[in-house]
Design a protein around this ligand. Structure first.
Ligand code: PRX
Length: 655
């Protein structure tokens, strides 16, 4: 379809302000089709969550469903289970030969891994880890590309009761080091390298750099992905494949208490130090298995499900590894970039594997929109029956495009709101029940109690805007921040008291009680669906010898999503030009990772400050987004704003 036509179609659809009731056909076959589930779950949440926990195999059943001691809470107390057993062993008798992952490597290599094969690999690796001295309660860092060894490594840890801490492969050596040290990990599982847009990413080199300063690491296990020659430290570094082949293939899954830690996953907060989000076993697994089954309407026998996130983020933990495997379904696992070797890569994968469900982020959808409809139109995507979105608010235009050009105008689109902290989806349609409104994540999942409140915590009611809150804990919610419970209390319960969880998002309720997410209200940016704090980027910038001061803001644009804009004062003697700009972008990539590189850098002689010297980021955000400036009365150096505005004019040149 030619671009103009596409635009006309989207405009027409938007103007209709259509809502999308589930088709009768979809509802009839849906896993959840009875709307009374909402009422039942809210009148007795414990009974609802207990019914969902029954999806799992428990070695020992729980004594109590929940014990609330705000702001702390525990679930399925007294119960024992093992996540790896639930994801693997219990499927073997009936469908051990079902494919767990159709893996597609970026260069074009492929592997289908069945549940039986994954079970054997995990058992062998679990034995190997035990041999290396890893025991229950230890932490293991994992820094791997999207290869089948990554879920295997996570499940091997879970099998023996060690907590994994997966660090996204796009993070730098320094980020890896900080995360390893915070959790005092004993072993690191990494790879020689990974493929990205035809290039190799030197993971082992990064790992070696990180490990110069990681005293807790005793052994390093190296997956040979690229087969590049890498440095192997005698006595410390071991080849993954040799370890696995040499280890016995039987390994009993360790019975874990429901509240035993399953994993730590780091996420950005408003300070420089990332937070180690702690998830436990029984509640987390219950939440991800339940939401995955009901929201994606999973039919394990027939669906080919693809969550295109990276396992390094919570979306991958919950909806590539634990949810899908707990439900025994077949997934696609793709290693590389969506535009390699061409911009139709995803669509060719969907056609080849006859994928039925696709779950991705608005940032990807917007890229596809930019690349044009000719790429998906080259392929038969008629196998798709459901689409999902996650990570940031989806603009109605992208929603409609997604449904029309990827879903063939037929599929429901479930926009799912949740966070690393909540572990599982909290606000989302049920595709067989909920009438969809493009741009809205619709309503809380059964058993989830959410509201929108004002500064004082008073509900804003229909049509009101304010802060999103969760009013009752749910099983999948994190338990604490690793090693820093005080920060847990202050960050999430400091605002409205111990009973009310504050996720940091703004939201609006419409007349039908639908939730419209409005983005973060703190200093956390959402860059291509990834959380980065302004503070982290500022710290990286001022760490450069030519930078005197830096202030970072996220620039929001409904079409582009959020991008990082840095306002930088160079040290005297340094020239704030194109060269320094490139150098600073590279520097941030080195310190944090490429994902945190500022999109634009504006050099200025000074930053707007209050009389007490506090930088007024709010005004810089106004400048970045091309708005009228807010209140400037407390500003000590008002004239600098005119200067900054002139310099920042190029940010809006193409609007
Ligand atoms: O601001 C919300 C946004 O992403 C944040 C959580 O980021 P993270 O912990 O990295 O997890 C991302 C994947 C679950 C939230 O606080 N967010 C996530 N999903 C949505 C969203 N914003 C709007 N709509 C969504 N569907």
């Amino acid at each position: 379809m030619v671009e103009e036509e596409v635009e006309r179609t989207i405009e027409a659809l938007l103007q209709e302000r259509r809502t999308f009731a589930p088709s009768e056909e979809f509802t009839q076959q849906a896993n959840l089709k009875d709307p009374s589930v909402y009422e039942q779950a809210s009148s007795d949440p414990d009974a609802w969550w207990a019914s969902q926990a029954e999806r799992l195999h428990w070695f020992k059943k729980w004594d109590t469903v929940s014990e609330l001691d705000p702001p702390h809470h525990t679930w399925f107390v007294g119960g024992q289970l093992n996540a790896s057993y639930n994801c693997l062993d219990r499927h073997l008798d009936e469908h051990g030969d079902r494919v767990a992952y159709h893996w597609v490597g970026e260069p074009g290599d492929r592997r289908a891994v069945t549940y039986r094969e994954l079970h054997e690999e995990v058992s062998r690796l679990a034995n190997a880890l035990k041999d290396l001295g890893v025991t229950k309660g230890d932490r293991v860092a994992i820094y791997l590309p999207m290869v089948p060894e990554l879920p295997a490594a996570m499940l091997a840890c879970a099998r023996i009761g060690a907590a994994h801490s997966v660090v996204f492969g796009g993070f730098s050596a320094e980020s890896l080091r900080d995360r390893i040290n915070d959790a005092e990990c004993k072993v690191l599982i990494t790879a020689d390298g990974s493929y990205r847009r035809g290039q190799t990413v030197p993971l082992k080199e990064n790992a070696d750099e990180a490990l110069r300063d990681c005293p807790s690491i005793e052994k390093v296990v190296v997956v040979q992905r690229t087969k590049d020659d890498v440095n192997m430290v005698e006595g410390r570094d071991l080849v993954y494949r040799n370890l696995v082949s040499d280890a016995p293939s039987e390994c009993e899954a360790e019975p874990m208490d429901s509240e035993d830690m399953l994993y730590i996953l780091y996420t950005s907060g408003t300070t420089g130090k990332p937070k180690g989000i702690v998830h436990t076993t029984g509640g987390y697994l219950t939440g991800v298995a339940s939401t995955h089954f009901n929201i994606f309407d999973i039919k394990p026998e027939t669906d080919v499900y693809w969550c295109a996130a990276d396992i390094g983020w919570v979306t991958g933990h919950s909806y590539i590894v634990y949810g899908p495997l707990a439900n025994g379904c077949t997934s696609i696992l793709y290693e590389g970039a969506p535009d390699w070797p061409e911009k139709n890569r995803w669509w060719s994968i969907i056609e080849e594997h006859k994928a039925t469900i696709l779950y991705t982020a608005p940032t990807a959808i917007r890229s596809f929109m930019k690349w044009g409809t000719e790429w998906p139109q080259r392929h038969d995507l008629s196998s798709l029956r459901l689409l999902g979105s996650v990570g940031e608010p989806i603009n109605p235009e992208a929603w409609i495009w997604y449904q029309e050009f990827i879903g063939g105008g037929r599929t429901p689109v479930v926009d799912t709101w949740w966070q690393t902290e909540t572990g599982a989806i909290m606000i989302s349609p049920l595709p067989g029940v909920t009438t969809l409104k493009p741009g809205s994540a619709t309503v809380p999942y059964p058993g989830v109690s959410a509201d929108v409140v004002d500064e004082q915590g008073k509900p804003v009611g229909p049509d009101g805007g304010g802060y999103l809150v969760l009013k009752r804990p749910v099983p999948s919610m994190f338990r604490t921040i690793f090693g820093d419970d005080q920060r847990y209390r202050e960050t999430y319960f400091g605002r409205y008291g111990d009973e009310i969880y504050f996720p940091g998002d703004g939201a609006k309720l419409d007349d039908d009680g639908y939730f419209w997410l409005l983005g973060r209200v703190d200093d956390v940016m959402n860059i291509a669906g990834h959380r980065i704090s302004t503070y982290e980027v500022e710290s990286a910038l001022v760490d450069h010898p030519s930078v005197a001061e830096a202030a970072v803001v996220g620039r929001n644009d409904p079409k582009e999503g959020e991008t990082i804009v840095a306002f930088v004062t160079a040290k005297s003697g340094s020239e704030g030009g194109e060269d320094l700009m490139q150098e600073l972008r590279n520097h941030v990539a080195k310190v944090i990772g490429k994902l945190a590189r500022p999109h634009s850098i504006v050099f200025t002689d000074d930053l707007p400050k209050t009389r007490s010297g506090k930088i007024m980021r709010r005004l810089l955000k106004d400048v970045a987004e091309g708005r009228e400036l807010g209140d400037v009365t407390t500003l000590q150096n008002a004239p600098i704003l005119d200067d900054i505005r002139t310099k920042a004019a190029s940010l809006h040149a193409d609007e």
